[in-house]
Design a protein. Structure first.
Length: 329
């Protein structure tokens, strides 16, 4: 579904100081309102060449692949409607790709919210205690990384590594960037190049988003037979430890003490990091409780999603094994 945020994205594109030709491709996942017509009108007002492609699958990966197949430029830049882009974004991506020779380049994502909940989620994302999957670094020099958010790709990246896996509803970026590096490509991030990202505006939305991140991380790990990062396993480890201690606490006083200690440590950490994040971002300390509530929405939903992903994979494998044995008989 295309939303009003798409029109804001077009305004950002119209304001770019990029001197080369610009081709704007949008994959529509089945809009049922007049958003496509509004988008075309906004593009015409901005003087942008817009092509809208039908994406009957309805999720991101097939839409990206449709746009990649249609793109004719020397750099394919993925953009997101939840984000705002500075006027020099496209030019600097092109310069970074040219100077480094990397197949994928990008900038640092800076979460910024407008409502109280969005601002709280932004604080949590910007904190080392939360922000699953977000790149945090200092310095001003471009550095080689495992992945970047969104990304600007040389066409040879798709020629050498293939396109996005259309079976993945989430985490298609991580999986593609892994294949890109395995094919010999490099990914470079410029910390001075920033993108403003508007986070979800409700805890329910955050919970669903990170639940899906956790659940879809499993197919990526199974496909490549490796753990992408130890950090990505931390929420599941936390969830499993809580469940194990809760079960053992019925029989063991030591388990009850350990469970209370772990919860107390987590809550204390959430409170301290929430206050720190609010202070560093210039938010009032009254936002701290709301920020602290976002952390478990990140961690528990991600852990539950990953647990469900592993269980689903185990059941599928068990079912496949049973079918195979039946065929042999």
């Amino acid at each position: 579904m295309l939303h009003e945020t798409s029109e804001i994205l077009l305004a950002d594109l119209a304001a770019q100081d990029f001197a080369g030709e610009l081709e704007v491709l949008v994959a529509d996942g089945g809009s049922t309102d007049d958003s496509v017509e509004r988008l075309r009108a906004a593009a015409a007002r901005a003087g942008l060449e817009l092509t809208v492609l039908d994406n009957p699958a309805g999720w991101v990966s097939p839409g990206l692949n449709l746009c990649i197949a249609r793109a004719r430029g020397d750099l394919v830049v993925r953009l997101d409607c939840h984000s705002r882009y500075p006027a020099g974004y496209l030019r600097r991506c092109a310069e970074l790709a040219e100077s480094t020779g990397a197949w994928n380049v990008g900038g640092r994502v800076v979460p910024r919210g407008e409502t109280a909940t969005e601002r709280a989620v932004a604080c949590a994302m910007d904190s080392p205690f939360g922000g699953i999957g977000w790149t945090r670094m200092g310095g001003a020099e471009p550095v080689e990384v495992d992945t970047v958010t969104f990304g600007a790709f040389r066409p040879e990246a798709f020629e050498r590594a293939g396109v996005f896996d259309e079976e993945l509803v989430r985490n298609q970026d991580d999986e593609f960037n892994l294949r890109l590096r395995e094919a010999g490509g490099r990914i470079v991030l410029d910390p001075t190049l920033t993108v403003d990202y508007r986070p979800r505006g409700s805890l329910r939305g955050v919970w669903r988003q990170y639940y899906e991140y956790g659940a879809w991380k499993v197919p990526v790990m199974l496909k490549h037979r490796q753990v992408l990062s130890l950090r990505s396993m931390a929420p599941l480890a936390f969830l499993v430890s809580l469940a194990a201690l809760a079960a053992l606490s019925v029989f063991s006083r030591a388990a009850r003490v350990a469970l209370v200690a772990e919860l107390a440590a987590y809550l204390a950490g959430a409170a301290l990091f929430a206050a720190r994040a609010a202070r560093e971002r210039g938010e009032p300390l009254t936002l701290t409780p709301r920020v602290a509530c976002v952390f478990p929405a990140f961690h528990l939903s991600y852990g539950i999603g990953m647990a469900r992903g592993w269980l689903a994979a185990a059941f599928r494998r068990s079912g496949d094994g049973g079918a195979g044995k039946g065929a042999e008989r």
